[in-house]
Every structure is written in structure tokens, then in C-alpha cells.
Design a protein around this ligand. Structure first.
Ligand SMILES: Nc1ncnc2c1ncn2[C@@H]1O[C@H](COP(=O)(O)OP(=O)(O)OP(=O)(O)O)[C@@H](O)[C@H]1O
Ligand SMILES: [Mg+2]
Length: 337
């Protein structure tokens, strides 16, 4: 069976004018491959500018891709455009960090939530209203909220409204792009619980994007870690948290303040400096300029994805040429916390 979402060899390139009218080419997504089964959540993490949103948008064909294959719910998106693409879009939705980007502040909740019904199905009047009430109840909001405006709600409630709107057309796949990142921790947990419940009820698949590994931990079945446009590691969420194989994943986990089992077992890993300019990435491994374990080979060749014990893959020369395997504490220059 093909997975609900199947992405192979995806590349996205942006061309933009730089200073002194010099063109800058940024390859935001580099040879990215992943799949998501029906009813499954893939967490996608990485620091700002690593290419997470571009990946999510490219999967929905909201940005053009330079090369690669994407299929969602049996539709080969690579081959679709125009009306045919519009038709399959109903199966795929997106929820953003800032609900103001999806909710028109001058429209009532009912108008925002029912807009996809009108656009795709021509539904209006009492039938649309009944569906709006049903959708609001699904996300834990009472029917009387339908005639209010977005500013009358808290951030968490606005995110519920954005989720109701995303659910209007019974999608199969939702990209949640930093959907809970702007919320306080207890509201984050409530919205994550809501998304979990909806996933179980409707067998939804999510690509759940966040900066922070702590946020995706509980909702993700599997996690993929991005750095400078590459997926550097992926695998079952438990394995990623307990036995991260890539130094970048280890550094992301080191940054989580709670006492995870991973933290107790090892030294803190800090990365030196900032991520390189995405317009001029280093040759070889993308992490080489910051990695405490860098070896000569890292400066010469891009590491190939290698299977990891416990599931998933890692693209790191330490796995093939280095002194360590995942889970085995690295003796090299970790920095004490
Ligand atoms: N429309 C665009 N035009 C030109 N460059 C872009 C565009 N969108 C993104 N980029 C560039 O692509 C790279 C990846 O950006 P992207 O927004 O996908 O990262 P991200 O991981 O989602 O970051 P954040 O965590 O800040 O949301 C960045 O270098 C960014 O500047
Ligand atoms: Mg983003």
C-alpha cells in the first residue's frame, strides 16, 4: 500500500534579488524524502530557516518544486495543476501559527469556517450554518460563537477556529505549521490534545512542524529533523528522544530544559556559532561548521542516509567513519552544562 503522503527527492529553490541587485539563490529544501501513513503524525523540527515551512508548503504544492515527486491521498501532485489541483486540495489543509493569516479579522467565525464549503461545494444558507455549528462543536466551541469576530477570542480559541475551518471539507492530511508555537504551554497541550482526538476520530494524517522537539514529542509517531534544507535524521519519536544519532538532534535535545532520560545519561552538546547563510552552504555535511565531532570527511562529502538501530535513518559520517553509534555516549568534545 502506498502511504497517504509520499515525498521523494523534493528540491525547492528560491531566486531572489539580493543587495546590489545580485541574484541570490537559496535551495530551501534539498533532496527531502519522507512518507506519512494514514492516521500517522510526522513531526518536523529544526531551527529557523531550516526549510520546514517550505517543505510543508511544497507538499501541498503551494510553492513550486524544482524536482521531486509528491503524492497525497493517491493523487500525484507533480502532474497536477489548475482545476485538477484545486479539486484535490480539499483533501489537504494547513493550519498556521498565526490564525490571523487564515482568519479574516473582519469576517465572523461562521463566515470564515464556512468559506471553504461555499468555494468548493457551493454550500450556503442553513445547511452551511448547520455544518459550521457541527465543526465548532468538534473543536470544543459552543454554537453561539459563530457570530463573533476573531478578536473576541483568546489565542487558543482562535486556533480552534482555524482548525474547524481546516476540517470543513473532511481533509485527509493537515500540515500544522507551528500551529501551537505562539500559545502558552497549557494552551499548547489543550490544542495538541484536540488535534490528537481529531486524528483518531477521522484517521487524519499530520505533518506537524515546530522549532522545538519538546513540542512535537507527544503528538508525533515519527520525527524528522531538518538542518539547512536537509533531513539529517528521522525515526520513531521514542528512538529520536532516547537515542538521537545525529549531533544536531543531540544538540536540539540538549536545549530542552526538562530532565529527559536522554539528558540524564549524557553531557550537554552545544553547537558553535550560527547556521551558515543558506545561500552559500558549505560543501559536504551541512553541520560541519558547527559540529563538535567534525572530521576531514565531513568537509568533503555529504553523508548518505544510513539505517539506525531502533528505526529510521541518519545522515552523519560518524555512523560510517566515526567512533560512535547512536545511543553510545560520545567521548569527544561535549560541553558541560
Ligand atoms: N518565498 C521565499 N522567497 C525566497 N526565499 C525564501 C522564501 N521562503 C523561504 N525562503 C528561504 O528559504 C529558507 C527556508 O525557509 P523556511 O521558511 O522554509 O524555514 P523554516 O524552517 O520554516 O523557518 P522558521 O522556523 O523561521 O519558520 C530560508 O533561507 C528562507 O529565507
Ligand atoms: Mg516556518
Amino acid at each position: 500500500m502506498t502511504p497517504l503522503v509520499d515525498v521523494r527527492g523534493l528540491n525547492v529553490v528560491f531566486h531572489k534579488k539580493g543587495t546590489f541587485a545580485r541574484a541570490r539563490t537559496v535551495q530551501a529544501v534539498k533532496d527531502v524524502s519522507f512518507h506519512i501513513e494514514q492516521g500517522e503524525t510526522l513531526g518536523l523540527v529544526g531551527e529557523s530557516g531550516s526549510g520546514k515551512s517550505t517543505t510543508g508548503r511544497a507538499v501541498l504544492k503551494l510553492v513550486p518544486y524544482a524536482s521531486g515527486q509528491v503524492s497525497v491521498a493517491g493523487h500525484n501532485l507533480t502532474a497536477l495543476s489548475g482545476e485538477a489541483l484545486r479539486k484535490v486540495r480539499r483533501d489537504m489543509q494547513m493550519v498556521f501559527q498565526d490564525p490571523y493569516s487564515s482568519l479574516d479579522p473582519s469576517a465572523t467565525v461562521a463566515a470564515s469556517v464556512s468559506e471553504p464549503l461555499l468555494v468548493h461545494d457551493g454550500l450556503s444558507g442553513p445547511r452551511a450554518r448547520a455544518r459550521v455549528v457541527e465543526l465548532l462543536e468538534l473543536v470544543g466551541l459552543a454554537a453561539h460563537h459563530a457570530d463573533r469576530y476573531p478578536y473576541e477570542f483568546s489565542g487558543g480559541q482562535r486556533q480552534r477556529i482555524a482548525i474547524a475551518r481546516a476540517l470543513a471539507l473532511n481533509p485527509k492530511f493537515i500540515v500544522c505549521d507551528e500551529a501551537v508555537s505562539a500559545l502558552d504551554v497549557s494552551t499548547q497541550n489543550q490544542v495538541i490534545n484536540l488535534l490528537e482526538g481529531l486524528r483518531a476520530e477521522f484517521k487524519l494524517s499530520y505533518l506537524f512542524i515546530a522549532h522545538d522537539l519538546a513540542v512535537v514529542r507527544h503528538i508525533s509517531d515519527r520525527v524528522a529533523v531538518m538542518y539547512l534544507g536537509h533531513i539529517v535524521e528521522d525515526g520513531p519519536a521514542e528512538r529520536i528522544y532516547n537515542q538521537p544519532a545525529h549531533p544536531y538532534t543531540q544538540a536540539l535535545l540538549s536545549a530542552i530544559p526538562d530532565a529527559s532520560p536522554y539528558r540524564e545519561r549524557r553531557e550537554r552538546i552545544l553547537l558553535a556559532g550560527e547556521a551558515p547563510d543558506p545561500a552559500s552552504p558549505p560543501p559536504g555535511c551541512p553541520l560541519q561548521t558547527r559540529c563538535p565531532y567534525v572530521m576531514d570527511v565531513c568537509r568533503q562529502a555529504m553523508p548518505e542516509p544510513t539505517p539506525v538501530h531502533g528505526g529510521g535513518q541518519v545522515a552523519c559520517h560518524l555512523q560510517t567513519s566515526g567512533p560512535t553509534l547512536s545511543g553510545a555516549p560520545l567521548a569527544a568534545p561535549a560541553v558541560k552544562s
